[in-house]
Design a binder for this molecule. Structure first.
Ligand SMILES: C[S@@+](CC[C@H](N)C(=O)[O-])C[C@H]1O[C@@H](n2cnc3c(N)ncnc32)[C@H](O)[C@@H]1O
Length: 341
């Protein structure tokens, strides 16, 4: 799984809401925990600093895993486990555990990934139109050069919440007839052209479309839904789940899942096929509202702007074993996830 040495261009990643995540997880000596998004290891180091735990460190990015292996060389309590957090249950079992005491997820991309032009995540740096965190499967170039106009418009609309989704998709499909897209700046320029330039707006016109493509390429909403269902199965009674999101769709998925599973959304459970009426809640919400970064964190790290932390305690009720997406009620996401397979 190695991709060679970590790029000399890689910078650092400032962890977001790390103190609040560790407070939510409350690690105690002897606990087994999972960091599903190791990244730069900021959360992992913070958790290992407060208690003598075993920490299974997952990341789908081979470069993040190189950092995890280097970290494990200095601290054997960290157990690197390359893979996707959507496969969390299988990864936990392969590490020799039926259940764990805590899971933390810090969604999205790391600064290492964004800052490296070669990874193709950024419209600010010219590089190949790639965006694959796991460095395998269809790339962003495959998406913009091969999907239909309607599929591209749906991706920009549902995943990017981009008001000009149809127009952008039309321009992309027209342009690719003469020359397929290969680089990030080429695509960013075409998107900018399609909406008539920047028009004095502070954010680049390609921001939402790039985020949407990244989410599609990495099948991010599907991964999240699978991870939530896996956490319901692998967390011990009293185990803790803490998730930081940076995107409103992801925050909505986490919120709706925890609301339904904690009995705070009785409407959701009525529509889940096969679920016995009145199934006991599998999670207890200790805080209804999401935690947001405070002013000092925002001043120090503008990337924290859209971060939301939600956390919950696993009850001793058996898992619902309902389809993971049941009760999420998110139109459009299902067919997009199917298209990404
Ligand atoms: C925001 S960074 C995590 C930063 C980390 N908490 C820290 O403090 O350094 C997100 C990381 O999650 C990884 N990631 C995203 N989706 C993933 C998935 N489905 N499975 C495993 N890793 C994933 C990315 O490769 C990236 O390294």
């Amino acid at each position: 799984m190695s991709s060679g040495p970590v790029s000399p261009h890689a910078g650092t990643h400032v962890p977001v809401l790390a103190e609040q995540v560790i407070h939510a997880l409350a690690p105690v000596d002897g606990a087994v925990m999972v960091d599903g998004t190791y990244g730069g290891g900021g959360y992992a180091r913070a958790a290992l600093a407060v208690a003598n735990i075993k920490l299974i460190a997952i990341d789908r990015d081979p470069e993040a895993m190189e950092r995890a292996w280097a970290h494990a060389g200095k601290d054997p309590r960290l157990v690197p486990a390359p893979g996707r957090f959507g496969e969390l249950e299988a990864i936990v079992r392969a590490a020799g555990h039926e259940q764990v005491d805590g899971v933390m997820l810090d969604l999205g991309v790391s600064s290492f990934q964004i800052d490296e032009a070669e990874r193709g995540f950024s419209f600010m740096r010219d590089g190949p139109l790639d965006m694959r965190m796991g460095q395998r499967g269809p790339s962003a170039a495959d998406a913009v050069n091969r999907l239909t106009e309607g599929e591209l418009a749906d991706i920009f609309h549902f995943l990017g919440e981009e008001p000009a989704a149809r127009r952008i998709a039309r321009f992309i499909v027209q342009r690719r007839r003469s020359k397929p897209f290969e680089t990030t700046l080429d695509l960013a320029d075409e998107i900018e052209r399609s909406v008539g330039g920047r028009r004095g707006k502070p954010t680049h016109p390609a921001t939402r479309s790039f985020q949407a493509l990244r989410m599609w390429v990495n099948e991010e909403t599907g991964e999240l839904v699978r991870a939530l269902a896996a956490c319901e199965r692998v967390l011990k009674p009293g185990g803790r789940l803490a998730i930081v999101t940076f995107h409103s769709i992801e925050d909505r998925i986490v919120k709706l899942f925890l609301r339904a599973r904690s009995g705070n959304d009785p409407g959701a459970s009525r529509h889940i096929p096969g679920l016995p009426h009145g199934a006991p809640p599998t999670f207890e919400l200790l805080q209804r509202k999401a935690t947001e970064p405070d002013a000092s964190e925002l001043a120090a790290n503008p990337r924290a702007r859209s971060a939301r932390l939600r956390w919950a305690l696993r009850t001793d009720a058996p898992p619902w074993n309902a389809a993971p997406e049941a009760g999420l009620r998110l139109p459009g996401l299902k067919q997009l996830e199917g298209a990404a397979q």
